[in-house]
Design a protein around this ligand. Structure first.
Ligand code: PCA
Length: 207
């Protein structure tokens, strides 16, 4: 069986729940055609998360890397198009706030997702789920992990990688008070559709 590494994040900032965790737990071990999902949860920590992520990549040896993050406030499933070489913004869970720092000094300014993001949007929209490509994964931990996944994949033959941001779940929307939410069932079904599109496109290069 080929492997799909599916990562999510722990709660952070004003979000006491991270719905990516439940999705990763629900899909851990699930088969999609000749692929099997290996789910892992990452901390929200500029110092620790990248090496934690890369150790999971080494352990799982995935053919496809799909990382999930919460974008509280967004209304749609948003596959990300690009990761940029910057760390900046709110403090992480260790209290560290970075300003204008490169993720990897002197390296590529950016990487494009190699997941079939347009096919994902089409599939989600056909199934009735609001979805759109996002042209910015931000400059916080999600962008950092997307950058690391694509950097790793760029050095290997036939590994696809990329990142999907999801809206809040109903549970988080209620706990938070001022953001839109989706049912957990719809969030899960949407990510399953995205995984199916990745599996369909196999290991062909889509760059
Ligand atoms: N979302 C944050 C980090 C963890 C998460 O789930 C982000 O968008 O960077």
């Amino acid at each position: 069986m080929k492997k799909i590494l599916l990562t999510g994040f722990e709660p952070f900032l004003s979000n006491p729940i991270n719905p990516t965790m439940d999705i990763v737990k629900a899909l851990h071990g699930k088969g999609f055609s000749d692929y099997q999902v290996e789910g892992r949860i990452l901390s929200v920590d500029f110092e620790k998360s990248p090496s934690q992520f890369l150790s999971y990549v080494e352990e799982v040896q995935p053919s496809i890397i799909i990382s999930l993050g919460l974008a509280a406030g967004r209304t749609k499933i948003t596959p990300e198009r690009i990761a940029i070489n910057i760390k900046d913004g709110e403090p992480d869970n260790a209290g560290v706030a970075l300003v204008d720092e490169p993720i990897r000094a002197g390296e590529n300014a950016a990487y494009f997702s190699t997941l079939p993001i347009r096919a994902m949007i089409n599939s989600l929209n056909e199934a009735g789920y609001p979805a759109a490509i996002s042209d910015s994964a931000g400059t916080y931990l999600c962008n950092n992990i997307m950058y690391e996944g694509l950097r790793y994949a760029s050095k290997q033959a036939n590994i696809k990688a990329g990142f999907l941001h999801i809206p809040a779940s109903f549970e988080l929307a209620i706990a938070h008070g001022k953001i839109p939410g989706w049912s957990e069932r719809d969030l899960l079904a949407s990510i399953e559709l995205c995984i199916e599109e990745c599996v369909k496109s196999g290991n062909e290069s889509i760059k």
